[in-house]
Ligand binder design. Structure first.
Ligand SMILES: [Zn+2]
Length: 243
């Protein structure tokens, strides 16, 4: 996608040019992240991607982050929030953009406004070359339309995916990836190739039991599962996952 239009672009272009190399490379070390999306700092820094908002952005040493405007939190001043996000997105400890997305069930604003704000996150993801992590509830048609229209090149990861095999296959055909949390479809987990599986704690403290349960379903050890997730996270964050 050529991010030439939209709210972020004019400012982004000059900011990215100014910061150049600092944003092109991240300090992400191989084989450490086994929680791809959480709202809490992990006990071992560097093992999770922590979601921060424009209001809570305060990176701690050796941790990794995503920054975005959740569809539940879109307010009248969203343009101001997006401008703040741009600066945060350029931070070298920020490895992903989001969570952002579409929620027709619990969204605080219209789906049209959510799509407008999400388009800005797509531009941010493309400008910074950082993958997009997505919250999507009952809006997969709109999401796939945006993927098609935007011609985005960065990986898109739908977090906390609870859908079934058919929906996952449809998303996969469009190049989208999913991560799995404590509420997951066991039939689906057995179908996801091990070189694509990603696991998250989101807003709970159930990461260990989620690993335990999924490793049991897959018939592999927790350590093996962790290794797969860490490798897959690395490939995602270095944008090798969909290429
Ligand atoms: Zn979340």
């Amino acid at each position: 996608m050529v991010p030439s239009k939209g709210f972020i672009s004019p400012f982004a272009a000059s900011s990215v040019a100014t910061l150049g190399v600092a944003t092109a490379m991240t300090p992400y070390p191989k084989s450490m992240i086994h929680d791809i999306h959480t709202h809490h700092h992990p006990s071992t820094p560097g093992t999770a991607i922590i979601q921060l908002t424009p209001e809570t952005f305060s990176p701690r040493p050796n941790n990794f982050y995503s920054v975005g405007l959740h569809p539940w939190d879109i307010q009248d001043n969203w343009r101001t929030q997006m401008a703040k996000l741009l600066i945060m997105a350029l931070h070298p400890q920020v490895l992903m953009i989001g969570e952002a997305g579409l929620d027709k069930k619990n969204g605080a604003s219209s789906i049209e406004l959510q799509m407008e704000v999400f388009r800005e996150h797509i531009r941010l993801s493309e400008i910074t070359s950082k993958p997009l992590i997505i919250h999507c509830v009952k809006a997969f048609d709109e999401l796939l339309t945006l993927r098609r229209e935007s011609k985005a090149t960065q990986p898109w990861l739908i977090h906390g995916f609870r859908g079934g095999i058919e929906q996952w296959q449809q998303l996969t055909r469009s190049g989208l990836l999913v991560s799995i949390g404590c509420h997951y479809n066991a039939d689906l987990v057995k179908r996801i190739p091990l070189d694509q599986i990603l696991i998250e704690s989101d807003d709970n403290t159930l990461l260990e039991s989620t690993y335990s349960s999924i490793s049991h379903d897959l018939g592999i050890s927790i350590e093996e599962l962790e290794q797969y997730v860490e490798n897959n996270a690395y490939r995602l964050l270095t944008c090798q996952a969909t290429r």
